[in-house]
Design a protein around this ligand. Structure first.
Ligand SMILES: C[S@@+](CC[C@H](N)C(=O)[O-])C[C@H]1O[C@@H](n2cnc3c(N)ncnc32)[C@H](O)[C@@H]1O
Length: 216
């Protein structure tokens, strides 16, 4: 087992569907070149609109669907205590190699259950993951994210729109649906941006949401 990888989820039956998260074969097969793409941008560039909504460090952060670890590693540099959850073993391996010095705790897990995580967290980052969730998984996923946040905590959620490779298995998720679901689950939209793809893909655009868990 690689350094920093926890084993606590290994036998959890609720995570037994991990092999079947949408697009997992695509991510496993393409992890190395996707790493070049993802790591070509900095956390500060990708999430520039959200930076002012980060709470002061130290604070507990979970990066869910953490991919190659760009954001998780950058958040540790900013002084946060970071758990990174990623369902695809090959992605976790690449991430741990690229960011070997970052004190990130890596876990195997997936939305909607995230049985590997014990909250509460001050910040949840779900970057470029939501469009992998089938409609029936989105409500339980939003409820689980709400449950994992401390009151007043923030969820950064970015959603890709536009076509992608068939094997990546993307859903088109309407922004109204995401906003309605967030509100229904007790997450208040604090900011919403729509903008171009920062990798310059003309047919791709993004919605970036900052959602706050209502204080009781
Ligand atoms: C487009 S990549 C984004 C990676 C990283 N968050 C970033 O912004 O660079 C999508 C990631 O989500 C992961 N993923 C797919 N389905 C997931 C699910 N149900 N729960 C958590 N992660 C998932 C994939 O394995 C992949 O690493």
């Amino acid at each position: 087992m690689a350094t920093g990888e926890a084993s606590e989820t290994g036998d959890d039956p609720s995570e037994s569907g991990l092999r079947h998260t949408r697009g997992s074969a695509y991510y496993a097969r393409n992890a190395e070149w996707l790493a070049k793409r993802y790591e070509s941008l900095s956390f500060e560039t990708v999430h520039q609109e959200s930076l002012s909504f980060l709470p002061p460090a130290p604070a507990r952060v979970a990066d869910i669907g953490a991919g190659t670890g760009r954001d998780a590693a950058a958040l540790t540099e900013r002084g946060y205590e970071v758990v990174a959850v990623e369902p695809v073993a090959r992605m976790r391996e690449v991430a741990q190699r690229l960011h070997a010095d970052a004190p990130v705790v890596w876990l195997e897990g997936a939305l909607p259950h995230l049985a590997c995580l014990n909250g509460p967290f001050d910040v949840l980052l779900v970057s470029a993951v939501w469009m992998h969730l089938a409609e029936s998984d989105r409500e339980p996923a939003m409820r689980r994210l709400h449950e994992l946040l401390t009151p007043g905590g923030v969820l950064f959620l970015t959603v890709r729109h536009g076509p992608g490779p068939e094997e990546q298995q993307l859903f088109e998720v309407p922004d109204d649906e995401t906003l309605d679901l967030a509100r229904a689950c007790g997450l208040r939209p604090v900011n919403v941006w729509e903008g171009a793809d920062r990798l310059g893909r003309g047919q791709v655009c993004w919605t970036r949401l900052v959602l706050s868990r209502e204080c009781a």
